[in-house]
Design a protein around this ligand. Structure first.
Ligand SMILES: Cc1ncc(COP(=O)(O)O)c(C=O)c1O
Length: 298
C-alpha cells in the first residue's frame, strides 16, 4: 500500500509531479479552500466508507463560494476523484484532503478566472498524546469577510502564530476566544464541554468552523438521551466541565488541563467516554447512526 497519494490535474500522479506556478493565485494570495475527510476500511466489503462525505463536500463548495474560488468541477466528479485516491490506499483507514484553488483571477468575476483541484491522501492513524494540555490563546479568532466557517488556506495562516504560542507554552493545544471574549474553538477541533448527561458547545455564531465531527457527536449525544446546549460559552466554564475536542483528524480527544487547571471537576468523564466509544463504533460501521453518516465511495 502507498504511504501517500496525490491526485492532480485529473489523475493520480507521483507526489513530486504535483506542481503549481508561484504566480498562481494559490501561491500569490493563498487562494485555496480545503476539507479534511476520513474514510474507514470495511474489510468484509473490501471498500472504504466515507464519514459524512456529503457534508464535507458541501462545505468545500460553500467555502469556495465565500472565498471567491472558481469551482473546478461538479460535485460528482469530486467524489470520483476521492474514490480514485482511496483505491490507491486500499486496506486501511485513510485521510483525504481535497483542495480547490484559484489558478488565475482575483475573484470569480475576473474574465480569466480559473479553478483547479488536488487531493492528498494518506493512511489515517490517529494518536493520543500521553497528556493533553491546552492554553487559551492571547489572540482572538479572526473575523473579516471570509470568517471562521470557511476552511481556507489563507485564514489558516493565523495558525502559524497560534502554533508558535502552543510550542512556547509546551502544550498540545491552543484554544481561541472570539472578539466578545467567549470560547470559540481549538486549533483544528471544536470544543465540547461535557457534564454528566449534558453536552455544551459554543453556538455557530461564536466565530467557529461548524465542525462536522461535532455535529455527529451531538447527534450521538441526543441519541443516548443526553441534553445538548449550543450557546455562548464563558472562558471559566473551560475549568469546570470535562473538555473534549472533536475534529476529523483528532476524532474525540479528552483534554486533561486548560491553563494549568485540571478539567472535569464537575463530572462528565463517564459521558465523555460513552460519546468516544459510540463515535468509534460509528466509524467502524456499528450503531444506529452508521447508515446516516457512512457512505461507500463510488
Ligand atoms: C479551526 C477548526 N475548527 C474545527 C475543526 C473540526 O472540524 P471538522 O470536525 O469538520 O473536521 C477543524 C478541522 O479541521 C478546524 O481546523
Amino acid at each position: 500500500m502507498s504511504d501517500r497519494v496525490m491526485w492532480f490535474n485529473g489523475a493520480c500522479v507521483p507526489w513530486e509531479d504535483a506542481r503549481v506556478h508561484v504566480w498562481d493565485e494559490l501561491a500569490l494570495r493563498g487562494a485555496n479552500v480545503f476539507e479534511g475527510m476520513t474514510a474507514f476500511w470495511d474489510d468484509a466489503q473490501q471498500r472504504h466508507r466515507l464519514l459524512a462525505g456529503g457534508a464535507h463536500v458541501d462545505r468545500l463548495f460553500r467555502s469556495a463560494a465565500t472565498a471567491e474560488i472558481p469551482l473546478p468541477m461538479p460535485r460528482a466528479q469530486v467524489f470520483e476523484a476521492l474514490a480514485e485516491v482511496a483505491a490507491q490506499l486500499g486496506g486501511a483507514d485513510i485521510y483525504l484532503r481535497p483542495t480547490f484553488y484559484a489558478k488565475r483571477g482575483r475573484s470569480t468575476l475576473a474574465p480569466d478566472s480559473e479553478g483547479a483541484m488536488y487531493i492528498g491522501g494518506f493512511p489515517f492513524r490517529p494518536s493520543r498524546p500521553a497528556a493533553v494540555r491546552a492554553i487559551v490563546s492571547s489572540h482572538a479568532r479572526f473575523g473579516g469577510p471570509i470568517g471562521a466557517d470557511v476552511k481556507s488556506g489563507g485564514s489558516y495562516l493565523d495558525f502559524r502564530v497560534f502554533e508558535r504560542e502552543r510550542v512556547e507554552h509546551g502544550v498540545e493545544h491552543v484554544f481561541f476566544l472570539n472578539d466578545r471574549g467567549h470560547v470559540a474553538e481549538a486549533d483544528g477541533a471544536a470544543i465540547l464541554l461535557v457534564h454528566d448527561g449534558v453536552v455544551v458547545t459554543p453556538s455557530v455564531d461564536s466565530g467557529v468552523l461548524d465542525s462536522i465531527t461535532k455535529r455527529i457527536v451531538l447527534d450521538i449525544a441526543r441519541g443516548l438521551g443526553h441534553r445538548v446546549e449550543e450557546r455562548p460559552v464563558r472562558r471559566e466554564e473551560l475549568y469546570e466541565a470535562q473538555v473534549v475536542l472533536a475534529g476529523t483528524l483528532l476524532g474525540l480527544r479528552t483534554v486533561d488541563a486548560v491553563d494549568g487547571r485540571d478539567t472535569g471537576r464537575t463530572g462528565g468523564a463517564g459521558t465523555a467516554a460513552e460519546l468516544a466509544d459510540e463515535y468509534g463504533r460509528l466509524c467502524r460501521g456499528e450503531g444506529p447512526l452508521a447508515p446516516t453518516y457512512l457512505d461507500p465511495l463510488p
